[in-house]
Design a protein around this ligand. Structure first.
Ligand code: ADP
Length: 490
């Protein structure tokens, strides 16, 4: 059966790390046709080529999933928990290889990749633990002698679309709770980073998760819309969970009208990072660096606009420049590298465009990193922005920091909220009443106070305004993939 086979992966050169990881995780499958090429962004080398799915193959996978899901949902929650736990354990055994594969296809430092795999493992374990949690309840009946029961059922077959910036964490954050809830998933991983998804599927199958229950649809970028076309026009697909750009998210909202398909959307961000006058400067500098330059600035919760209290502005800039200057840029496998390449040429060109927008937009370049690495590497930049500077109102998604100065707390809160996005925000300061007040006033789904590591399986991740609809993770993460049924029994 089509859904029973993994896409065929062919190793196209003798790139050592790729070979080791791909063979170890996937058994070195071959016979691929000349299709989707996976590129190492740090040097442009082709790592692997993957046979993409055709439209009939994707439709067949949906059909297979429809039948298999009934069986999967009929298993006891304990069975699903044990199976997911096995998936977790197998992935844990291979975590170094999974991290290597991630660095290879995505470019982030191996240390960051290890952290992402750890987060992915937690996503699976968290969902496994929630399998046995029941949300069913009995409501007081409005009809004399009747019993009102509310039971939660899995939605059925769901589709997931994931981005390239967290090729493992985004997959597990969607797939694990969906499977735990009793759903089947057809996942379209980002075309740039399909290998991490393939490895996760392979391990899931080894753990006893049927191929029809967690299936991949691999497509090149130019055919990405084919996937949404298929899933939104198939009434058997009950939900689409998407993480990616706001522009694509909006197109999915429009497409979901056809069958009134449920959506869960985690879209772009424009995180303000407010540093109050009494902040611990060392911590604020380290937090700002980590938040801004993690994954070379390519995360939706990256600090996008830094606001620094005027009284500490000069000190902050001096230390921030020193911290950024100390960061090593290069191949994610090299020791001590903190900033890797951008994912692809398009991302590089976006940064060039952003740099030209900053020119003549009330922004002064105060630091530019030194490096002689070719595109898609981008040297870190720091700009001092006057209040009038508008360019950082867009999501930057690269290693360019834009710093504003502020005098008044309420004024900076207003400026921080002046964005159509509302995903993450950060506040650094010693006065707990003040930081709590700022957090309360910020119109964002997530706020870190003196902390930038805000993402975890245990918290509801998501935004307000144009940053999305719904939440992923947290204690209700399975409910996202379930629907209530009310039975009035007289
Ligand atoms: P980015 O520009 O950072 O790649 P996108 O939102 O374009 O962000 O992509 C995120 C994910 O959405 C990727 O898996 C991509 O292939 C997919 N995608 C892009 N356009 C569409 C579309 N029209 N329908 C379905 N998936 C899409």
């Amino acid at each position: 059966m089509l859904a029973n086979k993994l896409q065929k992966v062919k190793i196209v050169n003798n790139y050592d790390v790729a070979k080791d990881c791909l063979y170890a995780l996937m058994g070195g499958q071959s016979n691929a046709v000349d299709a989707l090429e996976v590129i190492d962004p740090s040097n442009g080398a082709v790592i692997a080529s993957i046979e993409p799915d055709s439209a009939p193959q994707i439709r067949q996978k949906i059909s297979d999933a429809v039948f298999a899901q009934l069986e999967w949902a009929a298993h006891s929650p304990e069975y699903r928990r044990a199976t997911l736990q096995k998936w977790h354990d197998l992935a844990a055994q291979d975590q170094d290889q999974l991290a290597a594969l991630l660095t290879l296809e995505q470019g982030k430092s191996y240390k960051e990749a290890q952290a992402e795999i750890a987060a992915s493992l937690k996503n699976i374990a968290w969902s496994a633990d929630l399998c046995t949690q029941s949300h069913d309840y009995e409501a007081p009946s409005h009809v004399e002698g009747a019993v009102n029961k509310v039971v939660y059922e899995p939605l059925g077959v769901v589709a997931a679309i994931t981005p390239w910036n967290f090729p493992s964490a985004m997959v597990t954050r969607k797939v694990a709770p969906a499977l735990a809830a009793g759903c089947a998933v057809i996942l379209k991983p980002a075309e740039d980073t399909p290998l991490s998804a393939l490895a996760l599927v392979k391990l899931a199958q080894k753990a006893g998760i049927p191929a029809e229950i967690f299936a991949l649809a691999i497509l090149p970028r130019e055919s990405a819309a084919l996937f949404s076309d298929i899933v939104f026009n198939d009434a058997r697909v009950r939900m689409v969970s998407f993480t990616g750009s706001t522009a694509v998210g909006k197109s999915l909202i429009a497409a979901s009208a056809t069958n009134v398909t449920k959506l869960s959307l985690e879209l772009g961000g424009n995180a303000p990072f407010i540093i109050c006058a009494d902040a611990d400067l060392d911590k604020a500098v380290e937090g700002a660096f980590a938040s801004k330059f993690r994954n070379a600035g390519q995360t939706c919760i990256c600090a996008n606009r830094l606001f620094v209290a005027a009284s500490i502005y000069d000190q902050f800039i001096e230390r921030f420049v020193a911290r950024v200057a100390a960061a090593k840029i290069g191949n994610g496998f090299d020791d001590g590298v903190e900033i890797g390449p951008l994912i692809h040429a398009r991302a590089y060109e976006n940064m060039q465009k952003f740099l030209s927008q900053l020119q003549g937009d009330y922004a002064e370049l105060i630091y530019r990193g030194h490096m002689d690495l070719p595109a898609p590497f981008v040297a870190p930049h720091i700009f001092a922005c006057a209040d009038e500077c508008q360019a950082p109102q867009q999501e930057i998604f690269g290693p360019i920091a834009c710093v504003y100065k502020f005098d008044d707390i309420d004024d900076v809160i207003t400026r921080a909220n002046e964005t159509s996005y509302g995903l993450a925000a950060y506040v650094y300061g010693a006065d707990q009443d003040l930081t709590a007040y700022i957090a309360q006033q910020l119109q964002f789904g997530m706020v870190g106070i003196n902390e930038v590591r805000i993402s975890d399986a245990s918290i509801p991740f998501g935004g307000v305004k144009q940053s999305g609809i719904g939440r992923e993770g947290g204690r209700d993460s399975l409910l996202n993939f379930m629907v209530s049924k009310y039975i009035c029994q007289a």
